[in-house]
Design a protein around this ligand. Structure first.
Ligand code: SAM
Ligand code: SF4
Ligand code: SF4
Length: 331
């Protein structure tokens, strides 16, 4: 197996998440609260975001350095026009291509994305109940439209599909069992995610986290399944009645020790942690005419200096005021 450069803790660069836009058609309260991300929010200008050619060139450099998997994300990646063209370009390279999406635009785009070479999708869905979903996503979209998206993706072979559910106290704990019931018997892996303190706009507090232990107790699971890969973020559990669920316990059982993920924001900055406040500006390097070798050196240097393990240190830290937002850096 290939392995990219190693950071200060011996973690090799293997996964790259690329944000293709900082815009979204949802306003999830925990991610892009409408009062902050309103009409006058300064989203990136068109000229400030990476073109497909620029993304593809950077992806090629990352793959040569050892990246094995690329995940397209955002914001909402399906808002980026002609995204299938980017997938076609990336699919010429030796890399697995996945995407994380809120799902509502999948019925329109799944066939072209699959034909272009997208391997699979993860769809975010925090509730089955329409009114709970509406209050979380604050967007006018419906659960039914997300489910239509999941079915569209399934029908064109973009599976095995994963579903991501962020669980927040007093908001959607009572959706957990309904979601398990609805999806665990199909060839779909549902993963519950502890609500995290990313960014600075969601007013996170530890009291709002439904812990992995609480989620396990609600579902009544204990039997853990061995991970496929060391860098898998979800712990998998077998359900007594068959099927499985995953739990991503970033807050209470952090997994920084196995974190091999880099993130590229839509404006071409390389971030080595979800909780970073500063990125290495690869897009400017490219536009200034640096060669692939020079850009590769900059990536290796950034990764080589990486000491991030925010989630393991969380309890000792004061809240940073300049952390990058999840909608900007990609989930
Ligand atoms: N818009 C796409 C979507 O929602 O799938 C892709 C981008 S979104 C930022 C990626 C993932 O991050 C989603 O599954 C979302 O639920 C998750 N997310 C956003 N804010 C979060 C937070 N504060 N804690 C945990 N997960 C979060
Ligand atoms: Fe948009 Fe995804 Fe953030 Fe929700 S979680 S606001 S869908 S980027
Ligand atoms: Fe990786 Fe940073 Fe998350 Fe730790 S806190 S798992 S280093 S992204």
């Amino acid at each position: 197996m290939r392995g990219g450069p190693s950071d200060r803790f011996g973690r090799h660069l293997k996964d790259l998440r690329i944000s293709v836009t900082d815009r979204c058609n949802f306003r999830c309260r925990y991610c892009m609260p409408r009062e902050v991300f309103g009409n006058d929010f300064p989203f990136l200008e068109r000229g400030g975001i990476m073109s497909f050619e620029e993304i593809d060139r950077l992806a090629g450099i990352f793959i040569d350095l050892g990246v094995e998997k690329i995940r397209l994300t955002g914001g909402e990646p399906l808002l980026r026009k002609n995204l299938a063209d980017l997938v076609s370009m990336l699919s010429m390279r030796d890399v697995e291509i996945a995407m994380t999406t809120n799902g509502v635009l999948l019925p329109r785009h799944a066939p072209a994305l699959s034909a272009a070479g997208l391997d699979r999708v993860t769809v975010s869905l925090d509730a089955i109940d329409e009114s709970t979903f509406a209050s979380i996503t604050d967007s006018g979209h419906t659960v039914a439209s997300v489910i239509a998206g999941i079915e569209a993706a399934e029908s064109v072979g973009l599976g095995p599909i994963k579903i991501n559910t962020v669980v927040k106290k007093n908001l959607n704990e009572d959706e957990i069992l309904d979601l398990v019931e609805r999806f665990s018997n199909r060839n779909i892996a549902i993963r519950f995610i502890e609500y995290m303190d990313v960014g600075t706009t969601n007013g996170w507090s530890m009291g709002e986290v439904v812990t992995a232990e609480e989620i396990r107790a609600i579902i009544g699971i204990n039997e853990q399944i061995a991970p496929d890969k060391k860098s898998d973020v979800a712990k998998r559990y077998r359900l007594a009645k068959g099927g499985e669920v995953g739990i991503i316990s970033s807050v209470t059982e952090p997994f920084c020790g196995d974190c091999t993920r880099a993130r590229l924001s839509a404006d071409g900055r390389l971030f080595t942690c979800l909780f970073s406040s500063k990125g290495t500006d690869l897009l400017t390097m490219m536009r200034d005419g640096l060669t692939d070798v020079e850009i590769a050196e900059a990536i290796e240097m950034t990764w080589g200096n990486r000491e991030d393990r925010y989630s393991e240190l969380r309890s000792e830290q004061v809240t940073a005021s300049n952390r990058i937002e999840m909608s900007f850096i990609g989930g």
